[in-house]
Design a protein around this ligand. Structure first.
Ligand SMILES: Nc1ncnc2c1ncn2[C@@H]1O[C@H](COP(=O)(O)OP(=O)(O)OP(=O)(O)O)[C@@H](O)[C@H]1O
Ligand SMILES: [Mg+2]
Length: 293
C-alpha cells in the first residue's frame, strides 16, 4: 500500500495542547514545531519482534526525513521497577519536599517522559545533537497514523490502558512520539569514535543524565539514539533511594560502556569506570594531603 498522508492534531484535546512535557519539576521537551505538516511513514527501523517500549520509523514530515520513535503506553502497575511499596507510599505523602505526588510518578518512569526529560536537559544545555542524536521535539499521532502503522507494518499492541478499549479511536489518548534526526550511515568503532563517545557520556553525567541503557544498538554513528530509560535529575529515584544505591545507578553507564567497548573489540585503553573511580580516589587523596598540610 502506498504511504498515506496524515495530519497531526487528533481530536483528543490532550493531543492538541502545545505545551512542553512532562508537566512536573525539571527539564521538559518542546512540541515539534510544524504540527500542520503532513507525515508519511517510509519504513520501520526497529525490530518489531523485540519487546521494546517503542517502534522507530523513518518518516517524512513536510518533505524532510526524520526518525520517529512512537512509544507504547506505560503500565505503572507492572513497572516502577526501582521503587518498592514503602518508597511509593513515601513519595505519595503530601509536603515533605516531595517532588512528585504519586499520580505524577509516571513522569519519572514512562519511557516517553524519560526521553522528554533527558532531551529537554540536553537542549537547555545547548548540547542537542552533540552527545545524542538531534531531537526535534515530541508530537502526538492521530488515529489515522495508528491505523497506518497497523496496516502497513503490522504494528499493534500499544499497551493501551484497558479502560480505553471500548472507546472510539478519536476518544482514546493519542500515541506519543519523539522526532529525531535520521541517521542512516553508521561509523566504524575506532578508538577516536570511542573516545568521543566517552567524552559525551561524561558531559551527560555532568548534567546528571544517566542513560541506563548503554549498548551498541543504542548508538548510531557514534551518537546515542535511545534515552528511554534515562534517569535525569531532578528525579524521584535520587530523592528516595539510599546513596549507595543511587551511586550504583549512576555508575552503571560507565560499567556498561567498558563492556560495550570490550565487546566491540575497539583497540583502545580507555576505561570509563576505572578512570572515574581513579579520579575520585585521586580527589580524595588530594583532599587528605591538603588537610594534612
Ligand atoms: N535516529 C535514528 N536514526 C536511525 N535509526 C535509528 C534512530 N533511532 C533509532 N534507530 C534504530 O531503531 C532502533 C530502536 O531505537 P531505540 O533504541 O531508540 O528504541 P528501542 O530500543 O526499540 O526502544 P526502547 O529502548 O525504548 O525499548 C535502534 O537500535 C536503531 O537501529
Ligand atoms: Mg534501544
Amino acid at each position: 500500500m502506498p504511504p498515506r498522508k496524515g495530519q497531526f492534531g487528533p481530536k483528543n484535546p490532550t493531543a492538541t495542547a502545545k505545551i512542553p512535557l512532562p508537566q512536573c519539576d525539571g527539564p521538559k521537551l518542546h512540541p515539534f514545531a510544524d504540527d500542520k505538516a503532513s507525515l508519511e511513514f517510509v519504513r520501520l527501523l526497529s525490530d518489531p519482534t523485540l519487546d521494546a517500549d517503542a517502534h522507530v520509523f523513518e518518516v517524512s514530515i513536510g518533505g524532510q526525513s526524520y526518525a520517529l520513535k512512537a512509544f507504547k503506553f506505560y503500565d505503572d502497575e507492572e513497572d516502577h521497577w526501582v521503587l518498592d511499596e514503602f518508597e511509593r507510599d513515601l513519595l505519595s505523602q503530601p509536603g515533605a519536599g516531595n517532588q512528585a505526588p504519586l499520580d505524577h510518578l509516571n513522569y519519572y518512569f514512562d519511557p516517553f517522559y524519560n526521553e522528554c526529560r533527558a532531551y529537554g536537559k540536553l537542549i537547555e544545555a545547548k548540547l542537542n545533537g552533540e552527545v545524542a542524536v538531534h531531537c526535534h521535539g515530541y508530537l502526538m499521532l492521530s488515529p489515522e497514523h495508528e491505523d497506518e502503522m497497523d496496516h502497513r507494518f503490522g504494528i499493534t499492541g500499544w499497551k493501551r490502558p484497558i479502560e480505553e478499549y471500548d472507546k472510539s479511536p478519536s476518544e482514546r489518548q493519542p500515541l506519543r512520539a519523539i522526532v529525531k534526526d535520521l541517521v542512516l550511515e553508521d561509523t566504524e568503532w575506532t578508538p577516536r569514535v570511542a573516545n568521543k563517545m566517552l567524552r559525551d557520556l561524561k558531559k551527560m553525567r555532568k548534567l546528571e543524565i544517566y542513560a541506563m541503557d548503554i549498548k551498541p544498538e543504542n548508538y548510531k554513528a557514534g551518537l546515542l539514539v535511545d534515552l528511554s530509560l534515562a534517569l535525569t535529575a531532578p528525579h524521584v529515584v535520587f530523592q528516595i533511594k539510599p546513596e549507595f544505591q543511587t551511586r550504583g545507578y549512576k555508575n552503571q553507564d560507565l560499567v556498561d560502556f567498558d563492556a560495550m567497548i570490550r565487546d566491540q573489540k575497539v583497540k583502545t585503553r580507555i576505561r570509563a569506570f576505572r578512570s572515574a573511580e581513579t579520579a575520585k580516589k585521586l580527589r580524595s587523596y588530594k583532599g587528605q594531603s591538603r588537610s594534612g598540610g
